[in-house]
Ligand binder design. Structure first.
Ligand code: SF4
Ligand code: SF4
Length: 144
């Protein structure tokens, strides 16, 4: 009985000595993993306009549009669930998932990525990029 009352106090005291897990976004940002699925990027030179990506997209985030007489996918960031099905099924590897995750916008129109915008490389990560330096179950995680 007494122990169960004291236990939360011991736990709270122990946490004083643990490292903080928090990354101070936006001053620091955690490094995305290699397989992180952020905004897709289109490689226009490889795209053949077959429309497979549009067909497999479960959220209808891609539509085919015509640019200079050729068909390319146009991307709607407001609909995407970052499942990577489009990139996985593209027969020409013309779509790749990037680490870019800051896609919020003040207008719906700004969420639309025509082929020219979709083919831009991802923006550099904002803030200092940190990785997990020390992982310790007892003392917590340190970033550096
Ligand atoms: S990105 Fe790939 S799947 Fe989509 S239209 Fe181009 S070649 Fe086809
Ligand atoms: S990642 Fe998934 S939801 Fe987003 S465009 Fe590709 S298939 Fe559609």
């Amino acid at each position: 009985m007494v122990l169960s009352i004291l236990r939360p106090y011991f736990l709270a005291f122990w946490h004083i000595f643990k490292r903080t897990f928090t990354v101070k976004v936006p001053y620091e940002v955690p490094k995305p993993s290699e397989r992180y699925r952020g905004r897709p990027m289109l490689h226009m030179d490889r795209c053949i306009g077959c429309g497979v990506c549009v067909y497999v997209c479960p959220n209808k985030a891609l539509t085919l549009v015509t640019v200079d007489g050729k068909k390319y996918p146009q991307f709607n960031a407001g609909r995407c669930c970052f499942c990577s099905l489009c990139a996985d099924h593209c027969p020409r590897a013309a779509l790749t998932m990037t680490y870019e995750y800051e896609l919020s916008s003040y207008t719906k129109d700004d969420l639309i990525y025509p082929p020219s915008r979709l083919s831009l490389p991802p923006k550099p990560l904002p803030g200092r990029v940190v990785t997990v330096k020390t992982y310790d179950v007892r003392r917590g995680v340190a970033h550096g």
